[in-house]
Design a protein. Structure first.
Length: 385
């Protein structure tokens, strides 16, 4: 992935899957809680926030939760509970292939399922999917992750991989180009679909109530994402304009409930949309989510049902994850901080790039993904204290 705005964003891409197996290796003895707290107190004393910043407790400590192989481009997909991850390895496909512009079969990617260990930090042998050529979906739930398989004239299929067994089940296997699958805690699936002879995507949503198409007959609808259980957001591209749109899936016609946030007035392409939507890990643990804004060059939170519709996070931010108290863990090219959205500063957590992910666990509320060559070090952190 190559983002025009910053080399840092090239670090922040998309998804894949993990599982258990093998004999765990012994972990090095962890430092005591007191030592970790003293280290954080020292760090807070050395790195001073701005005068108006909020100071949070020194109990915000992190500990090892495992590590993942990394192709230096494609971010893993992590289960909401923080216990599983899926990674895509091998030669990274072109943006044209990732965006669904091209659908030729791919034989350069390998998928691995990993079990994370936020309790003891053990390294657990991964489960490698024997079949090659899969692309990661956008997110996962606690039971499975999603992949797609470009099959040329036979379409692009969508499969679900069980976290524990690695068993693959095809859930969409027609001759259409089916891209960008997303799921929620219920196991509902949403994706973008176009026919072989039509270069415009529409949305498909499959729930326990059945399957339906969302389309206005003119726009390119890309990268849908569930918000909670009853809402869906997707990127709408029309004549070079780009907007983020939210639908109420409880309505008989969700298109009539749409609320839109304009992002670009011209120059939008599928490549830009793909980069915007996949540079930030998203956990369905919270209804709120942030995306990278290509004009404002920072993460922006969209809150369509609140009095303040959008909130811009710190300048230069490239990833963000929500905290239960309304603050956000925000990452820039050289630091991680906890930001109060009312001000543009906060307590420093790390003095380097790390990609935050919010979980549903009360014991490890967040994971930090730290680039380390061709590995991602995973650290767990508890911000509920």
């Amino acid at each position: 992935m190559q983002l025009n705005s910053s080399k840092t964003l090239a670090l922040l891409s998309t998804l894949v899957l993990c599982s258990c197996g093998g004999t765990p290796k012994a972990a090095k003895p962890a430092a005591s809680i007191q030592i970790k707290r003293e280290a954080m107190q020292t760090l807070n004393a050395i790195i001073r926030p701005a005068a108006e910043s909020t100071i949070s407790s020194s109990t915000e400590i992190d500990w090892p939760a495992g590590e993942l192989p990394w192709d230096r481009v494609t971010l893993p997909v992590i289960s909401p509970n923080g216990l599983h991850a899926i990674v895509q390895l091998g030669k990274t496909p072109s943006l044209a292939e990732l965006c669904g512009d091209v659908n030729k079969p791919i034989n350069t990617t390998t998928i691995e399922l990993h079990a994370l260990d936020p309790i003891r930090g053990r390294r657990i042998a991964p489960l490698t999917i024997k079949r090659e050529g899969f692309l990661l979906g956008r997110n996962a739930n606690d039971h499975f992750a999603l992949v797609t398989s470009p099959n040329g004239t036979e379409g692009r299929w969508i499969g679900r991989l069980d976290w524990t067994t690695g068993v693959l089940r095809w859930i969409v296997s027609d001759d259409a180009i089916n891209c960008f699958p997303s799921t929620n805690a219920n196991g509902d699936i949403a994706w973008s679909r176009r026919t072989q002879d039509d270069n415009r995507f529409h949305l498909v949503v499959k729930t326990q109530r059945g399957q339906r198409v969302l389309d206005d007959g003119k726009s390119d609808w890309l990268l849908p994402l569930f918000v909670g259980r009853d809402r869906l957001r997707a990127y709408q591209m029309t004549d070079g304009r780009l907007a983020l749109v939210e639908f109420d899936l409880r309505a008989s016609n969700p298109m009539l409930t749409s609320i839109a946030l304009p992002i670009l007035q011209s120059g939008a392409t599928r490549a830009i949309v793909w980069q915007i939507a996949t540079t930030n890990l998203y956990s369905p643990a919270d209804d709120s989510h942030a995306f990278y804004h290509p004009v404002r060059k920072r993460m922006v939170i969209w809150q369509p049902n609140k009095s303040i519709e959008t909130v811009a996070l710190v300048q230069g931010s490239v990833a963000a994850a929500p905290v239960s108290d309304g603050t956000w863990i925000v990452s820039t090219a050289n630091r991680v901080m906890r930001q109060n959205v009312r001000i543009e500063d906060g307590i420093h957590i790390r003095n380097r790039l790390a990609i935050p992910f919010a979980t549903t666990s009360p014991k490890w509320t967040h994971l930090l993904l730290i680039p380390d060559g061709n590995r991602l070090q995973i650290r767990a952190i508890n911000l509920s204290q």
